[in-house]
Design a binder for this molecule. Structure first.
Ligand SMILES: Nc1ncnc2c1ncn2[C@@H]1O[C@H](COP(=O)(O)OP(=O)(O)OP(=O)(O)O)[C@@H](O)[C@H]1O
Ligand SMILES: [Mg+2]
Length: 295
């Protein structure tokens, strides 16, 4: 009797364990399958994202090449056209030749500027540009850029206000390159602001303690859908001021590449019809105290 009693629960237990084992195994296999499927899905999504990224990069490259060809062709056509007239003496109007020579010269300068800009950008992006760092007071650096742009701003009756806070903050930057960043942005401010407008330059510290310089204008603004695009080479907004002014669309990408070379970044924000603000953030490691007051 005892053995029968003992046998039944044992058999039951054995049976139970075996079923539990099968169940667990099935569950485990299910989970493993699920994990494998999730992994496969993630890999497929990653591959899809990579493909989309590659396609976007390819499209950007094609767009860049098309834009570059267009920008180079315009001055080249002028050079070829006017020199051909002179060569063939086609219109027999020698008194106009000095003027044609000037057109050819201007087109040559424009070509050189485009090529220099492109080379600068390519060298920065390839990491082949070193910074020649000095410690300077931010106010002095900005004032020197403002002095350069002042005649053009005055001619257009645009008021440039650079009573910036923290002007005596000392920053470690490459002066020439930093000045070029500020100049590119001020030049845009003047170009894309109607007469009687204003440009306000200010500075401050953000929550991380980084130094931020902002250049704000009361110009035509940039439509939100173009804010990202205009940071790429040769990308411009087709508005009347872009058409009226000379420019190739390299100023912003160069400014962005140069501030990134300093470990900072550039952000654009804009209110269409009301103005644009460019913020330059310089990491706090580049701040070196405050210049002593001069009496
Ligand atoms: N402050 C601004 N206000 C309105 N639009 C702007 C401003 N800054 C830039 N943009 C727009 O972004 C485009 C790209 O600017 P970017 O400085 O790269 O080129 P550009 O000024 O046209 O030519 P370049 O700087 O090579 O002489 C401009 O053509 C313009 O459409
Ligand atoms: Mg510009």
């Amino acid at each position: 009797m005892v053995s029968v009693h003992r046998g039944k629960p044992e058999a039951f237990l054995e049976n139970y364990c075996s079923r539990l084992g099968t169940l667990l195994e099935a569950r485990y296999t299910g989970l493993a399958l699920l994990a494998a499927k999730q992994e496969a899905d993630a890999a497929a999504q990653h591959a899809n994202e990579s493909m989309l990224e590659a396609k976007a990069a390819d499209l950007a490259k094609t767009r860049f090449l098309a834009n570059m060809a267009h920008e180079l062709r315009t001055p080249l056509n002028a050079i070829i056209g006017f020199s051909e007239i002179i060569k063939l003496d086609a219109i027999q109007a020698k008194e106009r030749y000095p003027q044609y020579a000037e057109y050819i010269h201007d087109a040559g300068i424009l070509l050189l500027n485009i090529i220099n800009g492109l080379l600068d950008l390519a060298r920065i992006q390839a990491g082949r540009v070193d910074l020649d760092e000095q410690i300077v007071a931010v106010g002095e650096l900005i004032q020197s850029a403002v002095r350069t742009i002042a005649p053009i701003a005055e001619r257009k009756s645009i008021y440039v206000d650079c009573e910036l806070a923290h002007a005596s903050t000392l920053i470690a930057v490459d002066q020439t390159k930093f000045r070029q960043i500020i100049l590119n942005l001020l030049s845009n401010g003047v170009k894309f602001t109607e007469p009687q407008g204003r440009i306000l330059i200010d500075s401050g510290f953000d929550s991380r303690g980084d130094f931020v310089i902002s250049i704000k204008d009361t110009g035509i603004g940039i439509p939100p859908e173009h804010l990202e695009r205009v940071l790429s080479p040769f990308e411009q907004v087709a508005d009347h001021l872009t058409k009226e002014n000379e420019g190739t669309g390299l100023g912003l990408p160069i400014a962005r590449a140069l501030i990134e070379l300093h470990g900072g970044n550039l952000t654009l924000s804009s209110d269409l019809g009301a103005g644009t603000t460019v913020a330059l953030r310089l990491p706090h490691e580049r701040i070196h105290g405050v210049a002593p007051a001069t009496s």
